[in-house]
Design a protein around this ligand. Structure first.
Ligand SMILES: NC(=O)c1ccc[n+]([C@@H]2O[C@H](COP(=O)([O-])OP(=O)(O)OC[C@H]3O[C@@H](n4cnc5c(N)ncnc54)[C@H](O)[C@@H]3O)[C@@H](O)[C@H]2O)c1
Ligand SMILES: [Zn+2]
Ligand SMILES: [Zn+2]
Length: 379
């Protein structure tokens, strides 16, 4: 089959790779019809992870089941399914408690597994024609009858919408509260979208790309361009000097100043200053235990200079980590099926797999208008 593989920094290629097979009786095989490029893929694309060359990338996957292992009972050939980016066993101590992002069995020696990702187990990704899905009865979200026509909506359930939702959950956002979100990439925009659905009274989104800020405004957020305004002052002004009730970090350790210079602690410390005392922060932007290629000497060892004194003084709380997609995907799916949510609003490009390398280049450069790419390997 054809698959998109990592071949080195800023070098991904679509090549012939071996077809995946049913390896365990609990697997299914899925013919991928929609698979997104994610901001998380860019950390690998830029050569900032340990991902090995030849790995098929892609963890935001949707398609139709074409073969099922002997032990699979619930999922049937022909089902349309969306796969959480987390691969989880369903029976370990963490999965039992719904913490599927920290499964102890799927990636032995570590907690948490994913398709096509550095350090997340031996699994190939879905930016390809076919995908092997382990522990299939547990991991497959079987989609409603309108799955095929609403693929661009349902594929957002694999990662990016549940992750945005998770940012607001970690922050404990309640109806009527205000929230500031750093980052207007897909994750930040979906945090804003989730905040609107949850009934936030005020949603503020900080970034510097006009196209992304326009989308934030379109879904009901106040855009804050940190090239023009100091974002902390802007939040204070918009909240009568109090600060936002809650805050979300949707950028990660590669956050940078407006000139593109990486400042790994910038968003975290701005959040501490933008959120009111006794508020809370949800951090879903990725931070890593080490990054030898970071310019910042602390970040090389996975550290940031965090304003913990002010954080403590303000009695703030903080939650972080990968999103447990399964905790949210079924209910968010029902919002789509009922016509009450249309997460495809974010899709800027639908492309065949063959054009994925160019798409990575545009998305990585955050070129104007490249907000979310959906690849269509079956097209
Ligand atoms: N926790 C999870 O489960 C999970 C899942 C998916 C993605 N992620 C992570 O979320 C982060 C965002 O993903 P994305 O797909 O939206 O990526 P993206 O790279 O498209 O978006 C990031 C946005 O942050 C903006 N930004 C950079 N520095 C900034 C700063 N100092 N202040 C404000 N904005 C700034 C950029 O301009 C960009 O628009 C990434 O780190 C990604 O790996 C985490
Ligand atoms: Zn993703
Ligand atoms: Zn598990």
């Amino acid at each position: 089959m054809k698959g998109l593989v990592y071949n080195g920094p800023r070098d991904v290629r679509v090549i012939e790779v071996p077809d995946p097979k049913i390896e365990k009786e609990t697997d299914v095989l899925v013919r991928i019809t929609a698979t997104n490029i994610c901001g998380s893929d860019l950390h690998m694309y830029e050569g900032r992870t340990s991902v090995e060359t030849g790995k098929v990338l892609g963890h935001e996957n949707l398609g139709q089941v074409i073969a099922v292992g002997k032990a699979v009972e619930r999922v049937k050939t022909g089902d349309w399914v969306c796969l959480p980016f987390n691969i989880a066993c369903g029976v370990c101590r963490n999965c039992e408690r719904g913490m599927t992002h920290a499964c102890l069995n799927a990636n032995p020696g570590s907690a948490g597994a994913a398709y096509g990702y550095a350090e997340m187990g031996p699994y190939q990704g879905g930016q390809a024609e076919l995908l092997r899905v382990p522990y299939a009865d547990f991991n497959c979200l079987v989609l409603p009858p309108d799955a095929e026509e609403k693929q661009n909506d349902y594929v957002m359930l694999a990662d990016i919408w549940p992750t945005g939702w998770h940012a607001t959950e970690l922050a404990g956002l309640q109806a009527g509260e205000s929230v500031v979100i750093y980052g207007a990439g897909p994750v930040g925009l979906f945090a804003a979208y989730s905040a609107r659905i949850k009934g936030a009274s005020q949603i503020m989104v900080v970034d510097r790309h006009p196209d992304r800020l326009r989308l934030a405004e379109k879904i009901g957020a106040v855009p804050i361009d940190d090239r023009r305004d100091d974002p902390v002052e802007a939040v204070m002004k918009l909240t009568r000097g109090e600060g936002a009730d809650k805050g979300c970090e949707c950028v990660g350790w590669q956050c940078h100043d407006a000139d593109g210079h990486e400042v790994p602690n910038e968003t975290m410390n701005r959040l501490v200053r933008s959120v009111r005392p006794a508020g809370a922060l949800g951090v879903v932007g990725v931070f890593v235990p080490q990054d030898p290629k970071a310019e910042d000497p602390l970040m090389k060892e996975g550290r940031i200079a965090f304003d913990f004194g002010l954080f403590f003084h303000k009695s703030l709380r903080l939650g972080s980590g990968q999103a447990p997609v399964k905790a949210y995907n079924r209910s968010l799916c029902r919002l789509i099926a009922a016509g009450r949510a249309q997460p495809s609003f974010l899709v800027s490009h639908e492309l065949p797999l063959s054009q994925a390398p160019e798409a990575y280049g545009h998305f990585d450069a955050r070129h104007d208008g490249w907000t979310k790419v959906v690849l269509k390997p079956a097209a």
